[in-house]
Design a protein around this ligand. Sequence first.
Ligand code: NI
Length: 254
Amino acid sequence: MRVFDTHAHYDSGAFNADRMEVLASMPEQGVDLILNPGCDLETSRTAVELAEQFPFVYAAVGVHPSDCGEWTDQWLEQLRSLVAHPKVRAIGEIGLDYYWKDNPPRPLQQTVFRRQMELAQDLGLPVIIHDREAHQDCLSIVRDYPQVRGVYHCYSGSLEDAKVLVKLGWMLSFTGVITYKNARKALEVIDWLPMDRIMIETDSPYLTPEPFRGKRNDSGKVHLVAETIARVKGVQADEVARITLENGKRFFQI
Ligand code: NI
């Protein structure tokens, strides 16, 4: 099985001891491609550096809603200069996160999200969306930028919203969360979702799939996400791996 892990954070401190070895081992573990999104300016820079060092790693640059507290519009210029690198293929991850109480205030999160949607529109790049407990506001901002296409990473919304997003031409991506016992809602979405709209990801080092839940995640475990989708859809896991790899290549223009 050859797979594309469309969302993994190898810039994370969780990989400080063995980052290069872990990444170097990915081709022999069946991982053909990895997309590393940034969460702030520093991790966006690191994502680009990793993409320079490994031919199978690509980058996205952006400011995550949890990390937007110090935002100034000057950050847009820094993101713009990072985007000039040929291996940067998206703006992300960006969006809204109303889950954590100490996150930046909602109006600021919304402004920063809008600025980066405008940047994506300007540059003709897709976006990677983080939406946690903010489904309604997130979708309403997405609707305000009809020229921008994107992916909802670790999709946690309803089937109704999924239908709206598919109609808008968007993709949905799934993590190891779908292997957990309480994943009923996401499995319903997957059951309905057309195969050409699905991408798979680990969100490494987080969201480790069963049976490894609790350990550090890495792209070598993304096949477990493909296997769960295959069971829901009643198809072979190889088929899910192949189609999601093609979907990811098309989406990120690789
Ligand atoms: Ni992430």
